[in-house]
Design a protein around this ligand. Sequence first.
Ligand code: C3B
Length: 833
Amino acid sequence: APQPDHLNRELLYGLLDSYLKNDVVSIQESIVHHVEFTLARSRYKFDTREAYFAAAHSLRDRLIERWNDTQAWIKHKDPKRVYYLSMEFLMGRTFLNALHNLGVMQPYQHALSGLGYDMEKVQQAERDAALGNGGLGRLASCFLDSMATLNLPAWGYGIRYEYGMFRQVVSEGFQKEQPDYWLTFGYPWEIQRPHVAYPVKFYGHVSVHESQDGRQNFVWNAGEEVTAVAYDNPIPGFKTPSTINLRLWAAKPCQEFDLEAFNTGDYVSSIIDKQKAETITSVLYPDDKTFEGKELRLKQQHFMVSATLQDIVRRYKEQHETFDAFPEKVAMQLNDTHPTLGIPELMRILMDENHLGWTRSWEITTKVFSFTNHTVLPEALEQWPVSLVEKLLPRHMQIIYDINWRFVQELEQNHGISGDKLGSMSIILDTEYGKMVRMAYLALVASHTVNGVAAIHSKLIKETIFKEFHDIWPEKFQNKTNGVTQRRWLAQCNPPLNRLITETLGTEAWITHLDLLKGLAAHAEDETFQQKWAEVKVEAKAKLASLLKDLTGDDLNMDAIFDVQVKRIHEYKRQFMNILSVALRYDRIKSMTEKEKEEVVPRVVIIGGKAAPGYDMAKRIIKLISAVSETVNNDPDVGDLLKVYFVPDYNVSLAEVIVPGSDLNQQISTAGTEASGTSNMKFAMNGSLIIGTMDGANVEIAEEIGEENMFIFGVGAQEVPALRSQREYLQVDPQFQHAVNLIQNGHFGWADYFSPLIESITGSRDWYLLANDFESYLDAQERVDQEWRDKASWTRKSILSTAGSGKFSSDRTIHEYAEDIWGVEPLPPTIPE
Ligand code: C3B
């Protein structure tokens, strides 16, 4: 880029010598300035959405100055940096989070109300950035918040999808998917960087050239080239000026490549042809844990890691002459296997573009990557056909073969492994449909560390899917129990509880040191405190009730237990078991006398979540929930003793209302199937009691808050394999059979449509063991009702849930990653406030 002839430093520093002011008038000035000059609306007339955009731009200015200084400071200090590579970031809204983290909530509130705008409504004008499916993507976003707050020199890298997670519309009980074009009105939180752009190649062939020193040089002659353009999203830490970066890549047509094509006469077709490049980043794949071997998805993965690695290597080379220090300056975390192509890509960059030999390149590569596994479900494990990888990325396929060849040699020579076992550990799997690349094995071989996401899950991966690897490399395996950011999931989404906790502990230090919540336990028995706690819960319930009123027109019974299960719809998560028990509860109420009904504990059952568009069973489960809801909610015999709602389009912003407003939450996966779960942590923090199995992080939550303060039921993970093999001989519980009969007999209509569901839990087909766990589930539900009758006891448990949730801060998780895996240290920026 052209440089200025003469840089007048003194003048430049003088012009921008301090941070933007955060008094109410300065903020109002900046908002009105953006109304006039950024939005080009009249400052005398702008609506709530325009107020949001102007306020967002004003806040963005404040983020940018912190971002600039943080990045300059990190560059100056040149510490080891960590890069979090993820195909998903489920960010949700940014405005409120940035206000809180920058500590400017109050002045902005006053500034807006002074101008005539209500903060609550302004904030509602923001659309969610939903560039993720569920747990895995939301975890990545919580991690960014923690990395910034802990002052880590960290960046996130991902894709700027133009269509995020689809919008779910439920019509007549059926899920319909609608596109989420979230960028229509622009996204004020991103900064486009047209000059940060890299070519990304696809297809073509590899040629070999002999260099003068007799070395073979591999040259990839690509068949297609697109440009990756950076969009930066500043991520502010809480109570620190540290503002890190989430760099998302968008695909653009490449300008220089193949200019010849333009000169063949068909200029217009050439342009149109190039425009297709943009489709690479157009849409997020909405599959939650089912691997779909689509070529476009593989393109997305390579596109993301190729741009990212070019960026990381360029940044490193700006400050270093050789690659010697690369492993001391760079750590890369692979969020599941989705970015695993980064491994052969780094090898290619080091060998083919920087002329390092295989040995040096491999030594460097294996020191920088680490990888997280998020599921043991076999259908989720990525296996790409060799034929496809070879076609799309011919050079990478060669490198993967080479990696595998050396790995197999090592197994034979150093570990005495041969025969079938060699084949079972090979990165390349031979199947009847041809050869496949097992991405998890590639990631394992090249990473210095692999981790699971909760203690039970980390144990399981060592015993099952990665057993043979654990046998030879036990030291590679670690556990990093997930966490969530208490800033978003408690401090921001539940202001009344935030105030009560701060007032009780006498400090708001818990917002960065969540362990301090255990100080609440001392007040759990205190009646006046219990009273306050219950009032705060009622406030949060009222917000949830008003959301449901808007959706359905119904007024909720505020004395009812608000019983919530919100998460992606999946057979292993067993929403089906939940609705079966609801059907039974309904049937019981129906047969009661008026006198008996007086004893019933009222419930509002709330279920929400999206089904992958191609997941037929999950879609039928949604229809079943809707059918039960329809029958129950319109039955005058039931009144407000039982209501069932399916909340459409469950997303981050809805969760921020639903989680605080719940009394009870369901975490009822078959033991051994849910790697961790993270909503369980959010609910616990907000004083919602868990009914759940000993699965995922529930196990550690029980350790922290006490099993007696939860409603634990069901078989343990160790029993599951044996029970599965005996399914056909199971003596089915009569209540289970009765619930099944109700559905089968058309009590809720649609009997034929539900029959595949019924079949899926019958006899030997019942993979997720609904029949086995049902009796104990009902029993736990009975305990819930009993407990609710004793208000003081329930509230005590609610307090102890929050008090025991300190471990589940993503600050704790990130601290452990930084120490045990990345070897990066906090670098607090010294910026004048
Ligand atoms: C999820 C798992 O299903 C959850 O148990 C876990 O808490 C989160 O990841 C975060 O670790 N997961 C997901 O959302 N998508 C996948 N493809 C695999 C796991």
